[in-house]
Ligand binder design. Structure first.
Ligand SMILES: [Zn+2]
Ligand SMILES: [Zn+2]
Length: 282
């Protein structure tokens, strides 16, 4: 399985607009791996795109990707769906206002997300209705598992009350990747499918030291309800026996640069921090 991390950033891209902090200033100056756009990943084997952050069109252009067969969403939070209109940018034939032949993307969603996708609106109504009627996407919903060509996808829900987020277990030829970028607490450790991944792609969780403004998270801070700490995430990865860990969804407010993560990686044998455009074979 071959994947590209199209975007390694989180809710906040780096550089954060107008921000003059050390990390953002350096990213603005050096570019390259120092910049991070919103969270998304591409699986080359079957041309599968997971999530569409605001920068997705730019990410696709710089990646050299030529075709998308399937689009998946981990959940429908803005940092993962803001760029959904890329399907229109990709497919629109100006002569007919319908899709060019062969450009229609199959939107593949677990039932719970399929039921909610209509909540993403423009002022004219649910955007999905427009994309479907224009032929930019067609859609399929599934329960738990689906095969996309040579790739098997298992969608594992994270129990977050009225929010609905999924972790994807992605398998091909006995190789397994677990993609868990965002809204992963409480991690579904009761599901055997998340164990023994060849690669776990996961958010690093909360860093408690070295933050901007010397901020320290109080014990009752709201972020503790939604995020594991970095140490907890490492222990979680160990418990589920991930062979390799790739951290993504890396927030600007962790106040760490590409160089800082490179340095941190040296403490571990099986840990990497993603950067935009990183290609990995599993
Ligand atoms: Zn900044
Ligand atoms: Zn997110």
């Amino acid at each position: 399985m071959d994947i590209t991390i199209l975007g390694s950033g989180g809710c906040m891209i780096i550089p954060k607009p107008l921000c003059r902090c050390r990390v953002c200033s350096q990213a603005r100056k050096k570019g390259g791996h120092y910049q991070r756009t919103g969270p998304s990943v591409f699986i080359h084997d079957e041309n599968i795109l997971i999530d569409t952050p605001a920068e997705i069109s730019y990410q696709l252009n710089r990646s050299g990707i030529e075709k998308i067969n399937y689009l998946l969403f981990t959940h429908l939070d803005p940092d993962h769906v803001e760029g959904f209109r890329a399907v229109e940018q990709i497919a629109l034939d100006f002569r007919t206002w319908q899709s060019y032949e062969g450009k229609c993307i199959k939107l593949v969603l677990p039932e719970e997300l399929f039921d909610r996708i209509g909540n993403i609106h423009s002022c004219y109504g649910p955007v999905i209705d427009f994309y479907l009627s224009s032929g930019f996407v067609d859609s399929v919903s599934y329960n738990k598992c689906i095969s996309l060509g040579s790739i098997q996808i298992t969608a594992i829900p994270v129990d977050r009350g009225n929010q609905t987020a999924f972790i994807y277990v992605i398998e091909k030829n006995l190789r397994k990747m677990v993609y868990a970028p965002c809204d992963i607490k409480p991690f579904p450790e009761n599901r055997k499918e998340v164990f023994d991944a060849d690669l776990l792609i996961i958010q690093p969780g909360m860093f408690e030291t070295g933050l901007k403004h010397d901020f320290k998270y109080p014990d009752d801070h709201i972020s503790r309800k939604t995020l594991y700490t970095f140490d907890e995430t490492l222990r979680l990865a160990q418990r589920i026996n991930a062979k390799k860990i790739l951290f993504t969804h890396i927030e600007e407010y962790w106040n760490r640069s590409y160089d800082d993560y490179k340095e941190l990686e040296k403490q571990f044998d099986n840990v990497r921090f993603a950067y935009d455009g990183l290609r990995v074979s599993i």
